[in-house]
Design a protein around this ligand. Structure first.
Ligand code: MTE
Ligand code: HPA
Ligand code: MOS
Length: 768
């Protein structure tokens, strides 16, 4: 390991507020739908398939066109000038159904009208006739039929089956893990603005402007250079805007091309939920062989995900589930099999954790079951199976840093684990209908896109002659505070106060060929690219200043909006003006590609992650055994952000990630009817957590004296996704309370732990 890096200059490490904090809370921050509408703008609306799987015999646009009149436009798949395909990995993935409807809710036609009300009325007037086909709606059916969106994949080390068969103890289990709607506050929206020379400019709520640019170019049959996409901010993305915004941007662009006018497509909440993909629900089966003292000898696991009607990002998501299926534990022999099942439902997509949460929950379910089987303390059992520096994961990555022993010690001491275990057990011995439980979960989350090529970023930093700085980079802002953190990197890089750095909207015509802001990598990648640009600008200014005023360029200091050399001191603005007059370039671009990572997918081995983020949580839950309702009474979270660039923002990510995970594992149930139609498509029936669902006693800390052994930007660690998985502790706490209520050694609690699931787990649901 490298020796400890020196501390970073301010404002690195300062808890500055989000750059739009005031605008967010006052409602002044503009989102796509708030941007003043250009003259002649048309509003778009979609007609959706009512069938989960059917041949489309005919689509009749005539009634819609009659309503629209000459000022409107209406399209079906055949009207797309280029390719009807926005598939990110495996095409074709149509924006409008072509011949076959693949799920109930799939867009089949689109219309545009001068008013939104008229557009929606016209969309409702579109008539389609169908010849239904057999629909596959769930994982079990797709598995039985062998129907997948990509070939099944395996990661194996040793001979798990043989070792399990010969192990002193064996145990197996099955778990069903629910999906999750992103429920971003701002729904999917895009505005398409025709440009001179046939070009198209897109304003989109997307985590991936370059993908939107590329897909709009493909659908319109234009070169990528003729299309630009711009994103100022999103009202939340959570993975739901990594690929799927391309569908809506492309539809808006085709309508705009046809009408020769700007077009805006904004979905309402019900449509958004019916059309877009969600977190993958999984069916997990595992089998473990272990010693009498609980040490794993081998694990075999099958992870089957509901991909939906096409691939989208499912292959990569199932891979990430497989990478995390042993969480932070070591099993000498392991065989993990992953299946992306094709079903006639929405095309499930990225969602905070990207399969990692489902894989990790499977690991925790397995550890919980083994602890119960052996009547061992669940924390002790987990510690016995921890990885350690020098060990390697089931995909062959050697562990260099393993922060969990220290995190677990600190967390359990703070949370008073031993005393609280005794107290909860004592309370459960008293009569009553409320039962309590404790749950402990560690988190080890791999940082880097597992598709190695995505781990790159660019930035553009302009220093102007008044010493002010304009920052453009390839990352997008979705509430996570990326712009604030990258601006802090730039302020530190140029030695200016944070107020001097202005953040520009993300745009593909400023920083091209960007990766999605995803995989929690926004700051790691774009921060490092911006730092690279700052280094170049500083080097040039230092050389100029040294020549003009004396000194060694290396020794010239940039800090506090000033530049200091031996015997001289200038404001950065003054130096910028002098350099400008001397024809020295004041601005530059930067680039970064994550070092060291590689992965051979065919062999399932390599070093796919630059490093790991760690954390742990202890939760206490109470369940009402009469109604099945649950509450988290107390949650203690300790999370490792390395050397935090902004501890206020990072703490917010830890809190928000945990609560989003809590929703996934407790209240957010997606319900479909027998014909594959989503019934829970509004907040009236789909329950995201609210302020009242926060743990009564919520104690969240960032790990102190934390570091990153890898040379990440200022030795920080990515934080966007990993804390979501701390909520596994809440699910385990509810499961522990269920076991106390049932009075049995093992209980099966499927996720989410809704009241029905809790009652089923304790055997109190009639007919279950
Ligand atoms: N935080 C907020 N407020 N809103 C979001 O949409 N998305 C999450 C996470 N935190 C999200 C969020 C997801 S899925 C990811 S991958 C990261 O932020 C992306 O941003 P980062 O790479 O800058 O952390
Ligand atoms: N995480 C998030 N998004 C992604 C990934 C990943 O690992 N790979 C491709 N898109
Ligand atoms: Mo986050 S699921 O990687 O957008």
């Amino acid at each position: 390991m490298a020796e400890r890096a020196p501390p970073s200059p301010p404002p690195i490490g300062l808890p500055l507020p989000h750059d739009s904090a005031r605008e967010h809370v006052t409602g002044a921050a503009p989102y796509v739908d708030d941007i003043p509408e250009p003259p002649g703008l048309l509003h778009a609306a979609l007609a959706l398939s009512t069938e989960a799987h059917a041949d489309i015999l005919a689509i009749d646009l005539a009634p819609a066109l009659a309503l629209l009149g000459p000022g409107g436009a209406a399209i079906v798949a055949a009207d797309i000038p280029g390719r009807n395909d926005v598939g990110p990995i495996h095409g074709p993935e149509p924006i409008l159904a072509e011949g076959v409807a693949e799920y109930a809710g799939q867009p089949i036609a689109a219309v545009a009208a001068p008013s939104l009300a008229l557009a929606r009325e016209a969309a409702r007037a579109v008539r389609a006739s169908y010849a239904p086909r057999e629909a596959v709606l769930d994982v079990a059916t797709a598995m039985a039929r062998g129907d997948f969106v990509c070939p099944p994949h395996r990661m194996a080390r040793g001979d798990a089956a043989a070792v399990i068969a010969a192990a002193p103890r064996r145990l197996s289990g099955e778990l069903s893990i629910g999906g999750q709607d992103h429920f971003y506050l701002e729904g999917q929206v895009a505005m398409a603005l025709p440009q001179e020379g046939g070009g198209m400019r897109i304003l989109s709520s997307t985590q991936h402007p370059s993908e939107v640019q590329k897909m709009v170019a493909r659908v319109l049959d234009l070169p990528e250079a003729a299309v630009a996409c711009e994103v100022r901010r999103m009202g939340g993305g959570f993975g739901g805007k990594e690929t799927q915004p391309a569908i809506f941007a492309a539809i808006a662009a085709v309508l705009a091309r046809r009408a020769g006018r700007p077009v805006k497509l904004r979905l309402d909440r019900d449509e958004d939920m019916k059309i877009t993909g969600k977190r993958h629900d999984f069916r997990v089966r595992w089998e473990a062989g272990f010693d009498e003292d609980g040490r794993l000898r081998a694990v075999a696991m099958e992870l089957a995900a509901r991909a939906g009607h096409n691939a989208d990002l499912s292959p990569a998501i199932v891979d990430r589930a497989m990478f995390h299926a042993l969480n932070c534990y070591t099993a000498p022999d392991a065989e993990i099999a992953g299946f992306a099942c094709r079903t006639n439902t929405q095309s499930n997509t990225a969602f905070r954790g990207f399969g990692g949460p489902q894989g990790m929950l499977a690991a925790e379910e397995m550890m919980d079951a083994i602890a119960r089987e052996l009547a061992l303390d669940p924390v002790e059992l987990r510690r016995r199976n921890f990885l350690a520096p020098g060990a390697s994961t089931h995909y062959g990555q050697r562990i260099e840093e393993f922060a969990l022993p220290r995190i677990v010690d600190e967390l359990l001491a703070d949370a008073g684990y031993a005393a609280r275990r005794a107290e909860v057990d004592a309370a459960n011995r008293e009569p009553g209908f409320v039962r309590r439980g404790l749950g402990f979960a560690p988190v080890m989350f791999g940082i880097s896109f597992t598709a190695t090529a995505y781990n790159q970023a660019g930035a553009l930093v302009h220093l102007y002659t008044d010493g002010s700085v304009l920052l453009s980079h390839g990352g997008t802002e979705m509430g996570q505070g990326l712009h604030r953190k990258v601006a802090q990197v730039v302020a530190a890089g140029l030695g200016v106060s944070p107020g001097r750095v202005r953040i520009a909207a993300t745009a593909t015509d400023k920083v091209p060929n960007t990766s999605a802001t995803a995989a929690s990598s926004g700051t790691d990648l774009n921060g490092a690219a911006a730092a690279d640009a700052c280094r170049k600008i500083r080097a040039r200014l230092a050389a100029f200043a040294a020549a003009a005023h004396g000194g060694d360029p290396e020794a010239i200091a940039f800090a506090g909006d000033r530049v200091d050399g031996p015997g001289w001191s200038l404001g950065l603005d003054e130096l910028a003006r002098q350099a400008y007059r001397a024809r020295v370039q004041l601005w530059d671009s930067g680039f970064y590609a994550t070092p060291r990572i590689h992965y051979d997918r065919a062999r399932g081995t390599g070093h796919p992650f630059f490093y790991f983020a760690f954390g742990a949580a202890l939760c206490e839950a109470a369940i009402d055994t009469l109604t099945g309702e649950s509450r988290i009474l107390r949650a203690d979270l300790l999370h490792d952000c390395g050397r935090s660039i902004n501890p206020a923002i990072d703490l917010g990510q830890v809190e928000g990630g945990f609560v989003q995970g809590l929703g996934w594992l407790t209240t957010e149930a997606l319900v479909f009817d027998g014909a594959g139609r989503l019934l829970t498509h509004a907040p009236s029936t789909y329950k995201v957590p609210t302020a009242r669902d926060l743990p009564r006693d919520f104690r969240v800390r960032l790990l102190e004296r934390a570091d990153n052994a890898e040379a990440t930007i200022h030795r920080s660690k990515a934080v966007g996704e990993p804390p979501l998985m701390l909520a596994n502790a809440a699910w385990l706490a509810i499961k522990d309370a269920c076991a106390a209520a049932a009075g049995t050694r093992h209980v099966r609690l499927d996720a989410p732990a809704t009241p029905e699931a809790v009652l089923r787990a304790i055997g109190a649901l009639d007919g279950a």
